[in-house]
Design a protein around this ligand. Structure first.
Ligand code: ADP
Ligand code: MG
Length: 250
């Protein structure tokens, strides 16, 4: 079953077309990495999924619900309730953590369940503590984001993204802001989610990790999908653009 379906997605910023006719599907339990040079449109694509950007045209369906579809050349967004539902079914992890700086770690994780989903505080607290424990952050529950290492911050942001039990998790370069010695602890957490068959879309420059963890790898270049296949096929591709990009990582 397809959890995410993107069809003929186009995104323009003024005259600049950043996403050109993007189509792909993600099935339940699938792990898909998106790779590509800086400026190829990876973040914009993810931002369209969580409505931080409005799309220019195309269709996005998440878990069988249409978020946006194009009618007579104009994108039509679904109703407010559907958007809220979709927000509750997707989790996002950003490069720079985006934690609420004035909230404790525990409150960061509890905030969406309590304020968006209307979960009772005690229940949300219990669930948040379980998640923090799972991610090895139990002792940091009362700490503030400024007191955390980058690796810990990113693990909190993963706990926060998991708090609403999303159907699909999106990561936008989750380790790019981390020192190399902290990257491993975050990749390990993502890998543990993979072992639990969490559906994930991961924008990353960690090629070895992408190769190891992904069911599929999408290579984007200048706003188009050049490759969408198994890691074996993509990393062995004879395509010139793919080879040139991957060549930078050797
Ligand atoms: P990536 O994540 O692959 O590095 P981005 O999606 O961030 O790429 O950017 C793709 C292109 O869109 C770049 O040329 C970037 O300059 C442009 N872009 C991104 N956001 C905006 C914006 N808000 N306004 C204008 N151009 C933008
Ligand atoms: Mg980006």
């Amino acid at each position: 079953m397809s959890i995410l379906s993107v069809t003929n997605l186009q995104k323009k910023f003024g005259d600049l077309t950043v996403l050109k006719d993007i189509s792909f599907q993600i099935s339940d339990g699938e792990i898909v990495s998106i790779i590509g040079s800086s400026g190829s449109g990876k973040s914009t694509l993810l931002r369209c999924m969580n409505q931080l950007e409005t799309v220019t045209s195309g269709t996005i369906e998440i878990n069988g619900k249409t978020l946006v579809k194009t009618e007579n050349g104009t994108p039509v967004y679904s109703g407010k309730d559907v958007q809220k539902e979709i927000l509750m079914e997707t989790g996002f992890v950003f490069q720079n953590f985006n934690l609420f700086p004035h909230y404790s770690v525990l409150r960061n994780v509890m905030e969406a369940p309590v304020c968006v989903a209307g979960v009772a505080k005690e229940e949300a607290r219990k669930k948040a503590m379980e998640l923090l424990k799972k991610l090895g952050l139990e002792e940091k529950a009362d700490a503030y984001p400024c007191e955390l290492s980058g690796g810990q911050s990113q693990r909190v942001s993963i706990a926060r993204a998991l708090a609403l039990e999303p159907k699909i998790l999106f990561f936008d370069e989750p380790t790019s802001a981390l020192d190399p010695e902290l990257t491993g602890e975050v990749l390990k957490v993502i890998k543990s989610l993979a072992d639990l068959h969490m559906t994930m879309v991961i924008v990353t420059h960690e090629m070895a990790f992408a190769k190891e963890i992904s069911d599929r790898v999408i290579f984007m270049d200048k706003g188009v999908i050049v490759e969408d296949d198994t890691p074996d096929v993509v990393f062995q591709s004879a395509n010139e653009r793919t080879r040139e990009f991957l060549g930078k990582y050797h």
